[in-house]
Design a protein around this ligand. Structure first.
Ligand code: FAD
Length: 353
């Protein structure tokens, strides 16, 4: 049996919920399909010490402020999961779980969404599947001979899992710095932190609020045609959240340049010397999780789909939301996804009969 709706939103993380909020306001008939067992998207899987890089009120979806977390200026991931669970209840968003969209196909002027729980037919699809589900690990010689443990950011939980071990953390972004700080502050872990270029810490008084303001100013300048004011990357890479600052100030966060290869029991540096390691944690990023869109044949050379705002250029019934700057400045953040979600919902509603 095929179910027919105006809009199918794929993904029930923050981006899918923000889309749902605005689609509801536009009085469209929609469903949200989410592969997880429970609410919260990727936040359900974050490591124990992860903290948001903005205070709660600056991490809110449209319509409802995130409440402060008691005793924490920067909330943890469990707090975000609670907020998202409350959000979908508050707005009675029709989330179907666990439902995994397997493929989207053209179907007589509509889009057909095949899932592990049946078929939906829609006038429009919003893809909001995030990146957490497609971890990226660069190819480095010796990866296959290393006898220790290798995990990506997505598999990291807490220092206790590495007690008594020599651990190499690879990556100079926020994930790499936070995981390195977590391990550096643990007494029984020997840390080596490796980054491709020297780590760039943001000034201590800059947090996600300033990053969002920068992204918003850029968006405005681009919209008004007054030139590109530059993206947030120009400010630095690493928000100095409390544990990062503590480890850095204690002199425990010293980064080494990238090693050249792995051996069975460690790493080899560019000068030929070696360091023994029991584990390597790859904090090397993510790619958009877009495999369900493959039948539409829309992907360009970077693995991205060409978009105009959130709308796919070559398939106007498809909108993409929340994957990064590529689908709108700051659209992969809690506070930033509201605006592109509103624009997507407005464009979709305008095209419905
Ligand atoms: P997700 O949370 O990944 O949700 C996507 C949902 O879609 C998931 O439930 C997934 O299971 C589902 N899905 C995937 N594929 C399918 C499919 N085929 N069919 C059905 N469902 C599917 N942002 C901030 O604003 N503040 C921060 O402090 C912050 N810190 C971050 C720290 C880290 C380590 C990372 C990785 C990101 C951080 N972000 C932060 C960025 C961003 O807010 C998160 O990545 C957020 O999870 C993105 O939400 P999303 O809805 O786009 O994707």
């Amino acid at each position: 049996m095929t179910r027919t709706v105006d809009v199918v939103v794929i993904g029930g993380g923050q981006a899918g919920l923000a889309a749902g909020y605005h689609l509801r306001r536009k009085k469209t008939d929609f469903v949200i399909l989410d592969a997880q067992d429970g609410p919260g998207g990727a936040w359900q899987h974050a490591w124990d010490s992860l903290r948001l890089f903005s205070p709660a009120a600056f991490s809110s979806l449209p319509g409802r402020l995130m409440p402060a977390q008691r005793g924490e200026e920067y909330p943890d991931a469990a707090h975000v999961v609670d907020y998202l669970a409350g959000y979908e209840q508050r707005y009675e968003l029709p989330v179907h779980r666990p439902v995994r969209a397997e493929s989207i196909q053209h179907d007589a002027g509509r889009l057909r969404v095949e899932t592990n729980a049946g078929t939906w037919s829609a006038q429009a699809v919003v893809s909001a599947t995030g990146t957490w589900w497609r971890p990226f690990i660069p190819t480095v010689p010796g990866q296959d001979v290393f006898a220790g443990r290798q995990v990506h950011t997505t598999g990291y939980r807490c220092p206790a899992d590495f007690a008594g071990q020599r651990v190499v953390v690879v990556g100079g972004g926020n994930s790499g710095a936070q995981i390195a700080a977590d391990l550096a502050l643990a007494e029984d872990v020997t840390l080596t932190w490796v980054t491709r270029r020297p780590p760039r810490f943001l000034a201590d008084n800059i947090d996600g609020r300033a990053l969002f303001d920068t992204a918003t100013a850029r968006r405005r300048a681009l919209d008004e045609g007054t030139g590109d004011t530059g993206d947030v990357g120009a400010l630095g890479d690493i928000v100095a959240v409390a544990p990062v600052r503590a480890a850095r100030d204690a002199g425990l966060l010293k980064a080494e340049p990238m090693f050249t290869r792995l051996t069975a029991d460690g790493i080899i540096w560019a000068d030929g010397t070696s360091t023994r390691a029991d584990a390597v944690i790859w904090a090397t990023g993510f790619r958009p999780a877009l495999s369900h869109l493959a039948p539409l044949g829309l992907r360009g050379s970077q693995g991205h789909i060409a978009t105009d705002g959130t709308r796919a250029v070559d398939e106007p019934r498809l909108h993409l939301l929340g994957y990064g700057d590529w689908t709108g400045p700051a659209s992969a953040t809690l506070i930033g996804v509201g605006r592109p979600a509103r624009e997507a919902a407005s464009e979709i509603a305008a095209c419905l009969p």
